[in-house]
Design a protein around this ligand. Structure first.
Ligand code: ZN
Length: 191
């Protein structure tokens, strides 16, 4: 960052502000501190009978790989509203009866994912601008080798495991990338 968005000064430094415990961009002219915090991604596993709705990405990163409808929250939204908006933007689809299903911390890239299970209202869906193709998949047909993000793989894995066991429960944990692999470290949750 080169200029202060409060006073316009170029007197920006990246050091630990007085009384703080880590370096941050701050303005030495007016004292403004520019905090950077994790971003929240909200999304759905949209369900229709035995299938779930997936989207093939038309944007980078991970162009051409498959994902679930999900994206960064905007200011003024709830997580559920963000997931609904993303589903409408990416798959032109509407969902109902949404329930929070998984929370993933991604400390390496400063993101938190909140994934809901929801029911597709109808088969009226089509690719939005950020999507090449959207399609319903049963478990055996999911393109497991072409999934865009580890959080999506874990969401689907937990979903199909829970469905097989006959009970859905809440999943929470940390996801770490290790080379081309990823690791899930579960947290305890109530229930
Ligand atoms: Zn300033």
């Amino acid at each position: 960052m080169r200029f202060c968005s409060h006073c316009g000064s170029s007197n920006i430094v990246f050091t630990t502000p007085k009384g703080d415990n880590r370096p941050r961009h701050h303005c030495e002219s007016c004292g403004a501190v520019f905090y950077e915090n994790p971003k929240i991604v909200a999304g759905f596993i949209p369900v229709w009978e035995d299938s779930i709705l997936m989207c093939k990405r038309a944007i980078e990163p991970r162009y051409g790989l498959w994902t679930l409808p999900a994206g960064f929250m905007e200011n003024g939204e709830s997580t559920l509203e963000a997931a609904e908006r993303e589903t409408s933007e990416e798959a032109c689809a509407e969902v109902k009866h949404s329930k929070l299903f998984a929370l993933f911390n991604l400390p390496q890239i400063n993101q938190v994912y909140m994934m809901f299970i929801s029911e597709l209202v109808s088969l009226d869906f089509s690719p939005g601008e950020e999507t090449l193709e959207c399609s319903l998949y049963e478990k055996q047909d999911v393109p497991w080798d072409s999934i865009a993000f580890p959080t999506i793989t874990y969401s689907l894995r937990f979903f199909f495991e829970d469905r097989k066991n006959g009970t859905f429960k809440f999943h929470c944990g940390d996801v770490f990338r290790e080379g081309s692999n990823s690791k899930f470290v579960a947290h305890e949750v109530l229930g």
